[in-house]
Write a protein that binds this ligand. Structure first.
Ligand code: DND
Length: 201
């Protein structure tokens, strides 16, 4: 009898310790609009870190210190959904849309971590943003909730006062600002923000 119990305990312990933590990348953004650069960086991080999934998370209201003007979140989220739908690694994370208001990353990650305590979150940002982390809301607490992953970009330092894992990605010389300024729907297809919903930019 004693032997059976010991065996059962051993099996249970092994089962529990064998459950892997889910490792999820979060690519937060305003996605105004989303573009190929976002898809490439998400894929690179997913592949290089061997993540279970990468979630694209549109902010409801950009939380940046320098205010960002943007189109409606529903339109940005629809464009993201269209862009990622064929990639099994990618998902849409709607936590910030559902919460509404200013989308402070700390608030969102505190919420997601409380909901899924066993998930390890990797928050992906472009190398150009790493230098601004000190301006983020409650950054000292946020770095305890997530692992930041920085995408190397030429011309930007790969050092930070905060812990950041650096990932190489092919240089993607494209930005949402350029796309809005060029405003060339045919050149970018649905990601330009045109189509069944009409012109957004
Ligand atoms: P952006 O609006 O800058 O992203 O926001 C990025 C994330 O940071 C969002 O989740 C924000 O809520 C969060 N944030 C920013 C500032 C303050 C706080 C939080 C706070 O809580 O206080 P974009 O839509 O412009 O781009 C998405 C990501 O893609 C960014 O990390 C950007 O750097 C990156 N990216 C590129 N990286 C490499 N090569 C390119 C890129 N184009 C965009 N060509």
């Amino acid at each position: 009898m004693q032997t059976v119990n010991q065996t059962a305990t051993k099996v249970l312990t092994e089962t529990v310790t064998a459950i892997p933590h889910r490792r999820v990348g979060i690519l937060g953004g305003t996605f105004n609009p989303p573009h190929l650069g976002h898809l490439i960086m998400a894929q690179q991080v997913g592949d290089q870190l061997g993540l279970d999934e990468v979630r694209f998370m549109p902010d409801a209201q950009p939380p940046h210190v320098d205010e960002k003007k943007t189109i409606a979140v529903e339109d940005r989220a629809n464009m993201v959904q269209e862009a990622i739908v064929d990639n099994p690694l990618f998902r849409l994370e709607t936590a910030e849309i559902e919460r509404g208001g200013k989308s402070y990353t700390y608030e969102t990650m505190k919420f997601l971590k409380a909901k899924h305590p066993d998930t390890q979150y990797y928050f992906i940002i472009g190398g150009d943003m790493v230098d601004y982390l000190h301006t983020w809301y409650h950054i000292d607490e946020l770095v305890k909730l997530v692992t930041f992953v920085g995408i190397k970009r030429t011309g930007y330092p790969t050092t930070s006062q905060y812990p950041v894992i650096w990932v190489d990605a092919p240089l993607i010389d494209i930005s949402s600002t350029q796309i809005r300024q060029k405003n060339q729907p045919r050149a970018f297809g649905p990601l330009s923000g045109s189509g069944s919903r009409g012109r957004l930019y």
